[in-house]
Design a protein around this ligand. Structure first.
Ligand code: KIV
Length: 304
């Protein structure tokens, strides 16, 4: 916030709609599945954008490790650390009133012992205010231990970006009878271990539909077709802010890159042409002080 952006009484922030008044919890997402209501989810990584996403009525905000790429400029998600994820989760937490805030456990933070995974997950809840954590892959024992530790967990199966080195790139998964059978078994095992929801990424529509029909917990799809219980996309993807061609499953809802570029160019031109700031955008001395100052200037000019 600009230091000169003094708030003044009477100018309140936009009033939230009635939709925004009920806090979303993991059981609430499960209730939405039972009622056949689509779950909306989006990633977000900082205060301002999370606040907008929350005010727009999105049910679940994931502080995704995709921030490694879209916010920090890495080539993949592997480099982001627990401390970096905590830093962003705290900012999101401060902004969000309604949505369920889920923190992505980054690569390396749960790939050792189950105890290490639980200890890192506890940090997301205790130090950053996360209301659930997300872990990639069929880490059934970890999900059971997190559930025992009272930490809601979102699983993530199919194309798991933290497996990029093993997979040899980002490829649609579960395309054979063997691999789709394995994915189905993994999903059932995660649910049985206590996962509250499962993200299905980069899998054929038919596979996502079958798993969704079989599970009692919600599936949140990304590149998994329309039959999941909910959908999630990356914030920067839907706004054209990734500087890269987007995947087939991404729908771009606005061109924020063009909007920002245009606004910044306009500002630069105004400064270069001395069109900014104007007199109206300047502070002025009180009339009495101005008159006294003018008098002093006049005296000093006369005596010079
Ligand atoms: O980090 C991420 O953005 C994700 C996706 C499911 C959106 O994990």
């Amino acid at each position: 916030m600009s230091l000169t952006n003094f708030p003044y009484e009477g100018k309140a922030a936009a009033a939230p709609t009635s939709r925004l008044t009920t806090k979303v919890s993991m059981p609430a997402l499960q209730g939405m599945k039972r009622e056949g209501k689509p779950i909306t989810a989006l990633t977000a990584y900082d205060y301002a954008t999370s606040r907008l996403v929350d005010e727009a009525g999105i049910d679940m905000i994931l502080v995704g490790d995709s921030l490694a790429m879209v916010v920090l400029g890495h080539d993949n998600t592997l480099a982001v650390t627990v401390d970096e994820m905590l830093h962003h989760t705290r900012a999101v937490r401060r902004a969000v009133r309604r949505a369920l805030v889920v923190a992505d456990m980054p690569f390396g933070s749960y790939h050792g012992t189950v105890a290490e995974g639980v200890a890192n997950a506890v940090r997301f809840v205790k130090e950053a205010g996360a209301e659930a954590v997300k872990v990639e892959g069929p880490r059934v024992e970890l999900v059971r231990a997190l559930t025992d530790a009272e930490i809601p967990v979102v699983g993530h199966l199919g194309l798991t970006p933290q497996s990029v080195l093993r997979m040899g790139g980002y490829k649609v998964q579960a395309k054979t009878v063997e691999t789709l059978t394995q994915l189905r078994a993994d999903a059932l095992a995660l649910a049985e271990a206590g996962a509250g929801a499962i993200v299905l990424e980069g899998v054929p529509r038919e596979v996502a539909a079958a798993v969704t029909a079989e599970l009692e917990i919600p599936t949140i799809g990304i590149g998994a077709g329309p039959d999941c219980d909910g959908q999630i996309l990356v914030f920067h993807d839907i706004l054209n802010m990734t500087f890269a061609p987007h995947a087939k499953f991404v729908r771009q809802y606005a061109d924020a890159a063009a909007l920002i570029r245009e606004a910044v160019e306009h500002y630069r031109e105004d400064v270069e042409h001395r069109a900014f700031p104007t007199d109206e955008e300047s502070y002025h001395l009180p009339a009495a002080v101005r008159d006294a100052t003018n008098a002093l200037v006049a005296i000093s000019e006369r005596s010079a």
